[in-house]
Design a protein around this ligand. Structure first.
Ligand code: NAD
Length: 291
């Protein structure tokens, strides 16, 4: 369907920092709107931290909703009128819905991740997971896994700026869901190996494997075992070192691109009530991401 801007065209977009220009979201949503016949545009909206409050207030009057990316996912929470239960527990928002003059903060990263692992045949309920990474993606992943009633989650992170807030988040999550959730130092390799050994699911939700860390993996091949499903949140490259290693080992894997598509589909459902044509967008998207 031809996308023609007219007086009825709605505004959606992506609010983020200066790395926003590298995002695939504008291409993905624009292609989807065109295919489904949604009369909307999806724009990249790069801003500075000190503009965030004003931008949230301004968009409230003119947009249907928007996505939020680094570095604003946590900071934007305080400007929302309401938070979904998942966004509240994660302490991060990636999708804003504007309804009846209110900003409602959602987080579709975690649900998109779970949808992606279910698509490769892994139902997390009652399982044990090791999640490496406790930043925006990692906390969305382990929170959603707890909401899906996994049995136990071992969260690993380096002792960086995410560590202190994660200690509190993990304790709150365990109390809220009744799921055993514990935080461990990623540099304790023996402990990491033991956690992976008893786990059904291993997730990389760090930046390791992408950008300057492309070609690297947070785990060593000897930590894999034959009962493990391995997932990555990184989608560029399409196949990280971790996913390649797991595939070579003969394991079921779920790459980050599936999560990206699923979180986008959930956002479109929230804004317009429409179903993103995921398979069609994936095909188009893979052509773009490979170049
Ligand atoms: P973030 O900045 O919030 O968190 C970064 C994480 O990486 C933290 O856990 C940090 O401790 C860890 N980290 C950074 N450098 C490290 C190193 N050298 N060694 C070990 N750990 C290190 O970023 P984020 O939003 O959580 O994104 C993490 C990754 O997930 C990125 O590659 C991002 O593109 C991807 N992501 C994918 C999706 C998707 O839909 N597939 C969604 C969100 C994020």
């Amino acid at each position: 369907m031809e996308l023609a801007i007219n007086g009825e065209t709605k505004l959606a977009g992506l609010v983020g920092g200066d790395t926003i220009t590298q995002s695939f979201s504008p291409m993905m949503h624009t292609a989807s709107f065109k295919e489904v016949g949604v009369n909307a545009v999806y724009l990249s909206l790069p801003i500075e931290m000190d503009q965030l409050k004003e931008v949230v207030a301004g968009l409230k009057d003119i947009a249907v909703g928007y996505n939020v990316t680094m570095p604003f996912k946590t900071y934007i929470c305080e400007y929302m009128d309401e938070l979904s239960p998942a966004a509240k527990l994660m302490g991060a928002v990636n999708t804003v819905e504007i309804r009846d003059g209110k900003c409602i903060g959602h987080n579709t990263d975690g649900a998109g991740f779970v949808e992606n692992i279910k698509n490769v045949g892994f139902d997390p309920k009652g399982k044990i997971a090791t999640v490496i990474g406790a930043g925006g993606a990692g906390s969305a992943v382990f929170t959603q896994l707890a909401l899906e009633q996994v049995e136990e989650i071992y969260v690993y992170n380096i002792k960086d700026s995410f560590w202190d807030s994660t200690e509190k988040r993990v304790a709150q999550l365990a109390e809220h869901t009744g799921v055993k959730v514990s935080l461990h130092d990623l540099n304790n390799r023996d402990e990491l190996k033991e956690s992976i050994f008893v786990s059904d699911l291993l997730v990389n939700a760090t930046k390791v494997g992408s950008g300057e860390l492309e070609g690297q993996s947070s785990i060593d091949e000897e930590m894999l075992h034959e009962c493990l499903v391995v997932a990555d949140t990184v989608y560029k490259p399409l196949e990280t070192k971790l996913i390649k290693m797991a595939k070579d080992y003969g394991l079921v894997t779920a790459g980050g691109v599936g999560m990206l598509l699923q979180q986008a589909a959930l956002a479109e459902k929230i804004w317009f009530g429409t179903d993103m044509p995921v398979a069609y967008i994936e095909k188009k998207f893979l052509l773009i991401i490979r170049v």
